[in-house]
Design a protein around this ligand. Sequence first.
Ligand code: HEM
Length: 119
Amino acid sequence: MTDIVYYRTEEILKNDGKSAEKTWIIFKNCVYDVTDFLAKDEHPGGIDLILEYGGKCATKAFNDVGHSEDAKNMLAKYKIGEVAQEDRKIGIAKDKASDGEVNKLTRSCLSRITCGFLN
Ligand code: HEM
């Protein structure tokens, strides 16, 4: 089993797709490097919508659109790690839409790995 990589707020924020080449977004306390997805230019909602959340939490925006399971599966492929525990309730990582979701004790191991995508 691969160890989970935890990222600090400071590092996530840097990868905003503007000041850095990489675009990372946070979804449900997990970190996704969506640089390659953006390079493909295949997002039906356009690149700019995603870039707006570069380095930040996109959970609410992503959920509000009502993305399909296909979209969630697509996103899952870009996961690179999780937000560090100590940063989950502060700053850009503050994630009201999914507070503590990754670590809910009632979740199965599988759901932790998939970041809740399967339930
Ligand atoms: C990298 C993460 C994302 C992936 C993989 C993704 C994927 C998709 C996919 C596959 C669709 C087609 C409809 C569907 O299957 O649900 C879609 C539509 C859409 N997405 Fe995303 N999306 C992402 C992030 C976002 C974000 C952060 C926003 C911000 C609001 C957004 C806004 C939209 C909108 C508005 C549509 C509808 C476009 C239309 O119908 O014209 N997406 N997305």
